[in-house]
Design a protein around this ligand. Sequence first.
Ligand code: ZN
Ligand code: ZN
Length: 245
Amino acid sequence: MEMGLASTGGCYAKLRAAKMVVAQDFTVDLNKPLVFQVGYLGEAYQEWVHQPIVSKEGPRFFESDFWEFLTLTEWWVIPLIWLPVVCWFVSMSLRMGHSLPQIAGNTIHYLIHGCHHKHPMDGLRLVFPPAATAILLFPAVYIFATASNLSPLHDCQFWNLVKLMSNPSMTPALFGGGLLGYVMYDVTHYYLHHGQPTSEVPRNLKKYHLNHHFRIQNKGFGITSSLWDKAFGTLPQTKSAEKSR
Ligand SMILES: [Zn+2]
Ligand SMILES: [Zn+2]
């Protein structure tokens, strides 16, 4: 029995010694992928990992370009990916009947949209004020600017594909195009309220939008076309269809 205990004790001692050997003999090669090396540091890992290397150059994690790509993240990817998810979850609560505290809900709605419903012909509170647009635009400008120069990912096949679709000289033009779309939307909205269109297409658009203000306010949100009302099922019924119900 005594012999047994002694030999067990000897075993532990050997194991401890073996661990020490692993820790003492193994050095991490910083020029090779790190993830599958650090385990071999054993107890020396804690000391190793808490000695910072302060450089903007990061280490390689994996041999494979695919797995390596999945571990690299630009900061703006976080709001870009997750803010739509946040909106989706919050809107799910609203769809399930939960409402914002009424004071906040009313105030936000009035500032963004309600003021235009209350005084639809007020020509100075119809288009979006540039100061507000600029605030909303700033993150988008930043995203476009950084997206043109994604240095840590420049070797990756996926990024080459993205670059091909939008090279740096094309990015500002794409951004300008998006902004032009907004300008066309906003001046069209103004025209639908204050213009006197004679040709058919703008006359129908005017009728369509005045419908949203004066007949069915929870349908017909389109300004330049009814395309998205068709897509989201918010196309208002025609007067004759409404009467036959
Ligand atoms: Zn309007
Ligand atoms: Zn409205």
